[in-house]
Design a protein around this ligand. Structure first.
Ligand code: DGY
Length: 318
């Protein structure tokens, strides 16, 4: 196991008498060399999204390896093809982080639309002048169009949460490779990606990271958005081409941006992105509640235990 996980989940693993546990609990990401060394001969790996699971690691682990279990719903850090070649199942943690991540998406939408970072900075830096009718004016969500990119579990939960903010005159549109059956009950309308870019006042990136979505948001795409759009990404940093985002912001495009994910993570304090007042960056904490991380930990532990015991995983990537 490659990190300390919430104590309830950790106890389940520690109380498994048929398991010899090798535990990296130094409180940081395991250095690659150490990982390659510790992986030798193991039956299962319980990893985080911070570990690259590729052929080098799988080779280092060797033929005993029966399962990889990631404590995350995203698995872009895992080379699925390499796992498939070796018939090794991948466990992941779908469903349980939907609410926490949708909550933080809404938080970033509101914080960005209402210029929360600028406001807090003004208070802390002594720039809070007397109440002023034209100071710190943000964007209101009432009657606005929300565009959701990827209406999966998190996208749908985000749309449902944002509905009351936009009221009856507001609209929810989404873009996705497939029609989503849940869209009707949410009242979300499927549109082409370019239409979503053109019409949305708020865009929430809630899709999975894959070859198709890698740098899907680039300069050409930013040019198609409304000038005052609120753009929020709680999926994966690489879905946005970050240097293009900086260029677009410096050219006055986009209203405000809220990011729970970026490239790289952690972001350097001197990263050009942080100099824009209208960008709010938080440190990939979408699923960071005790409740959610415990549920994720429990699933990840059950997946790895099932795998090493030769049983089907409760939650495996198809
Ligand atoms: C995941 O599980 O993929 C999330 O990004 C963690 O918050």
């Amino acid at each position: 196991m490659l990190r300390t996980i919430p104590s309830k989940s950790q106890k389940i693993l520690e109380s498994a008498k048929d398991i010899e546990l090798i535990h990296w609990n130094e409180g940081n990401v395991i250095p690659r060399e150490k990982l390659l060394e510790l992986a030798k001969g193991v039956d299962g790996i319980l990893c985080m999204l911070t570990e690259k699971i590729d052929s080098e690691l799988l080779d280092a682990a060797g033929p005993n390896l029966k399962v990889v279990s990631t404590l995350s719903v995203g698995y872009d850090h895992v080379d699925l093809n390499e796992l498939r070649k070796r018939s090794i199942p991948l466990g992941y943690t779908p469903g349980v982080l939907t609410d926490a991540t949708a909550d933080i998406t809404v938080m970033l939408v509101l914080a960005s639309a209402r210029r929360m970072r600028e406001g807090i900075r003004a208070v802390e830096n002594g720039r809070w002048c007397k109440w002023d009718p034209t100071w710190m004016l943000g964007t209101q969500l009432t009657n606005k169009t929300i565009g959701i990119v990827g209406l999966g579990r998190i996208g749908s939960a985000t749309a449902l949460r944002l509905k009351p903010f936009i009221g009856n005159e507001g609209k929810i549109i989404y873009s996705s490779r497939t029609e989503k059956s849940e869209a009707a009950s949410i009242g979300a309308i499927k549109v082409e990606f370019d239409v979503l870019l053109r019409d949305s006042d708020v865009i929430c990136i809630c899709c999975a990271m894959n070859e198709e979505t890698n740098e899907m948001f680039n300069y050409e795409v930013f040019k198609k958005m409304k000038k005052n759009v609120v753009l929020v990404n709680t999926a994966r940093g690489k879905i946005i081409r970050q240097e293009d985002l900086c260029r677009a912001l410096s050219e006055g495009m986009l209203g405000s941006v809220g990011l729970d994910v970026c490239t790289p993570e952690p972001l350097d304090q001197k990263d050009p992105l942080l100099k824009f007042d209208r960008v709010t960056v938080i440190p990939h904490i979408g699923s960071a509640t005790l409740e959610t991380r415990t549920l994720m930990g429990n699933i990840a532990v059950k997946n790895v235990l099932s795998g090493v015991r030769g049983e089907p995983l409760p939650h495996s990537v198809k």
